[in-house]
Design a protein around this ligand. Sequence first.
Ligand code: F6P
Length: 321
Amino acid sequence: MEVKSIGVLTSGGDAPGMNAAVRAVVRAAIRKGIDVYGIYRGYNGLINGDVKKMEMRTVSDIIQKGGTILYTARCAEFRTKEGVEKGKQTCLKYGMDGVVVIGGDGSFEGAAVLSKAGIPCIGIPGTIDNDISCSEYTIGYDTAMNTALSMIDKIRDTAQSHDRCSIVEVMGRNAGYIALNTGIACGASYIIVPEISYDINNIIEKIKVSKKLGKQHFIILVAEGIGNIEDMSKVIEKSTGIETRATVLGHVQRGGSPTVRDRVIASQFGYRAVELLSEGIGNRVIGLKDNKTVDYDIKEGLAMKKEFDKEMFDISYNISF
Ligand code: F6P
């Protein structure tokens, strides 16, 4: 089958670098003589027919921008049969022979269902959380970590000036990748992630030992999903006698201009997605393995397991006394 036209959408939480991926998809397709439609606000745009033809210049001046020019949303209706049928009808109406879905694992489930309904889809991992099991990397992760790090460095300035302990919560949904790596990079005294069980008494003990060794200020990095860090901060203050403050970094981590890594990987992923669709291949999710772009059947990709790097956790623990 000759592929004449494809669509592209961004879905789920936005992530810096999504625009670079959209740009790559649009440009790679047009270079192959394939028309591209931008689908707005994720699967909602597919359901409501909110689509616009994209040209080479539609994606000019976006590679450096955070957010997504296609807007994004989480769409409950696409989890229903009727929603998928409406989406399929939009594809048929515009003659889309395939769709590139940039998002997280929830978005890929939609891509698998639409592929099964006869519209080949390719998933591109785009989420700051790095929690797509079949890929070593997801678009937005590096930028989010660098944003978090620059803020934690500022928190450290004030923690140092006041001899305080700062508890900082970073994003990641149920995954601790952002916390682990920013924690190492900011020299956190302790990193708390969902993947590794923790005991608050061990953390308190470590702070006390470090204090005896002359350490005067402390940063505890916590992944979201662990619990209320305000409560944790009260417990630590009471048990250690060190004034403690809690900071939730929040959505600031989702914004900003993407880093080199995010722009480059987004461009690679976008290019690969178009290569696959142009060959009539669908129902695949792209991933990064040993720094090379690979692709898997969506269901198989989603079922894969990603090991949490316990060694990195141990390194952090031992060099932060
Ligand atoms: O998946 C990205 C992410 O930012 C998570 O880290 C976080 O748990 C979630 O999205 C927040 O979602 P929302 O923007 O809907 O509040």
